[in-house]
Design a protein around this ligand. Sequence first.
Ligand code: FES
Length: 277
Amino acid sequence: EYPLIMFKIVNKEFFSENVVKLEIHAPRIAKARRAGHFVILKIGDKGERFPLTIAGADREKGTITLVVQKVGVSSRKLSALEVGDSITDLVGPLGQATHIQHKGTILACGGGVGVAPLLPIVEAYKKAGNRVITVIAARSKDLIILEDQIRSFSDELIVMTDDGSHGQKGLVTEGMEAAIAKEKIDEAIIIGPAVMMKFAALTTKKHNIPTMASLNTIMVDGTGMCGACRITVAGKTKFVCVDGPEFDAHEVDFDEMLLRLNGYKEIEKAAESNYLK
Ligand code: FES
């Protein structure tokens, strides 16, 4: 029943220099996963445990796909694995699946690395019969990822860069405002760095658009035991790993989330420069 080597990488494809798609043999996860679910992985015995959204799955082949952008030590280690290598530890599917329904017109917004987990959600909304307007944003052209893949599931795509090196010059919120001005939006979903989500949520709140935020906190066990992923939603403590990753964006305390994430910034930066030496 159990194959000898689990979680073997069966395919690897570069979307760009820093973004890689991995297809991993994980039949039971492939069978159970739905859009919005994630896995927690560990590379090597002493690796840290970190979460990644499942980008897609092929039940017949028994594989799942993960899209990895090199942003720190663990994502670099994962991206360095080759076809035939195996992942030491892979747990999932975790979290609550996205509640995909036919709502009408969806505004999907992704910032930076948030575009990778946005992809399966955009695909699912499109397949559920919604009109999907997507806004993707990053600091500059080379940080815009998966543009073609996102476009293939979007009725309209707005690309924003801070420096204007690609798409339109401006922040994600300006792209959102442009879309909102043009037509009635029934629901929004936002994924990206905490600060981006904070302002994206303020934008949709101003226009009374129900909005979900998919949160990407630090995670350790992924089962609600360790408290690493703790956040406050509507004044109540929630765990992103079991209660999320999606929450009502207008109720999330993004300032608290930012404070907690920033607490690890220096350590993460030091670990990365050490790894790159
Ligand atoms: Fe430990 Fe969520 S990751 S409680």
